[in-house]
Ligand binder design. Sequence first.
Ligand code: ADP
Ligand code: MG
Length: 607
Amino acid sequence: MKLSKTTAQNSFKYSWLMGRIYPYVKPVLGRLILGFLVAIPVGLLDGIVALALKPYMDYVVGKHNWSFSLLGHEFVIPYLVLAAAIPFAVIFFAVIQGVFKYLNSYLTTWTSQKITNFVKIGLYEKLISMDSSFFDENPSGIIISRYLNDPDTASKGLVDKCKNLVMSLVGSLGLIGVMLYSSWKLALVGVFVLCVAFVPVALIRKRIKKASNENMVVSGNITTNFNETYSGNKVVTAYCLQGRQHDAFVDQVNESFNITMSLTKRSAWMSPIMYGIASIGIAIVLGFGTQLIMSGEMTAGSFASFVTSLLLLYKPVKTLGGTLTTIQTLFVALGRVFELFDIEPNIKDKENSLELKELNNSIKFTNVCFSYNEEKEILHNINLEVNKGETIAIVGNSGGGKSTLVNLIPRFYDVTDGVIAIDGVDVRDISLNSLRKNIAMVFQDNFLFTGTIRENILMGNPNATEEELQNAVQSAHLEEMLADMPMGIDTELGERGTSLSGGQRQRVAIARAMVRKSPIVILDEATSALDNKSEAVVQKALDNLIQNKTVFVIAHRLSTIQNADRIAVINEGHLVELGSHDELMSIENGQYRLLYEMQFKHQEALV
Ligand SMILES: Nc1ncnc2c1ncn2[C@@H]1O[C@H](COP(=O)(O)OP(=O)(O)O)[C@@H](O)[C@H]1O
Ligand SMILES: [Mg+2]
């Protein structure tokens, strides 16, 4: 599943998207609604100010006392009292509004952060369940922007925009109410013009979706570039690739610029057009209103309220327009987020999967074929049975499929055809956790995490006792190294363990594999990146690790190979020879013998 190629087909299915986000909103729904409710009085204030103008103009400025009847009583309020009371009332409402504004900010931020976290955690759970081929296919930058940035944009933005929507909608409705109250004829004209002004918003949504998707891919590529510049800094320096990285970065930044500008070119006319239409409306209203006052159909106070409302309407309507435009981007991001939730890993537990307790008999490959993609088959019809306690060395040409073969055992990938069975049970019927618990792996390049050496070793088995830990440290020949460190086993490692040498990293990884105490051990060129001196130490550590285990060892070292019970020669994806060193050496023109003459004999000479 290539993520950059998925383009949020569901972005316009609003009700579907709302249905998908609902479970994440539900736990905070009460507070969310409360937050929106307190947005209502905040939005209404403008209308109240506009409304206050009518009595102010008609009574205070016109010097009329205000008389009205309520419950059969006649009330008369002198205009001087009104003159004093109205400003106070305005201040009073402003204070109330301030309190509500605070509550609104607090509640919406709280809820939007919560929802974002729920979505992010859900996505993260999804991400860590994905299989190796997913990570092969998708660059880190795209993963970061899809799994980290999109949920931020989507869920944080959603609450924010909904809040704006409620506030400006209530604000507009309040002001429209005041307009209707002042003069319904004028109000009809005003509202009609408003509706016309919104037509452009509907016209550009497709374009926004396209640009938003393109921008996601570009920003993902930028992040990938950063990751590579970071992780590959030594290669960048050694091969003077600064110029290459720089040019790629400039290209990506420019591409992002072009996408943004092309969207702006196509959408920036929207706001001026809306303003244009609105100003035509105001002109009409002014002319029509003057006529209504002249004919005595409307008081000057009503007209003042009306015009004030109309002018104040600009702000919430503008916010409304802006929100409706940007909300499209959110829906696109939301569409992308829920697409991720629907990607199922290819490798997962079957229903009723079996628990693998230990290895009793053998690991058996039957007619195993494998290909990473349609283009090329990598492994062809491999048949191989490895018995409990046996050590099998795998040799062969580089790129021939040795790593691929052993990666099929813990199901990093699934066979394309054939079966791998442990004690007669297809590995695909075994639960992933129990399968992998029974396997310890050491690679050529072992990933260590930020944290202490102790933490890194215990990742092999968090339940290991202190004694087991110490045994592993000893067997992995780490004692001397730890004694030289100020904090010993509790020394903090740099990111990816960069503060250790290759041989030291390798031994920490071996200790990690040791505490796992798993019956099956896979070593994939575990010593090939090391110099002779550290290789000797690491080899001793490995010898300790593989005692009494069932071992697959991909090796280039003659002694390891000679000590193995059997040797499997993999050539271009075919298992061409299988047998002990002596057996294979006796084959005239055999592949192993050829390899031995070309490669291993030098080692023998050196030793
Ligand atoms: N993740 C992958 N995606 C696609 N092709 C791969 C992947 N890993 C390895 N290959 C290809 O599979 C073949 C076998 O690779 P590998 O098993 O690593 O060989 P070996 O370990 O024997 O050197 C090579 O042609 C390699 O290019
Ligand atoms: Mg390999």
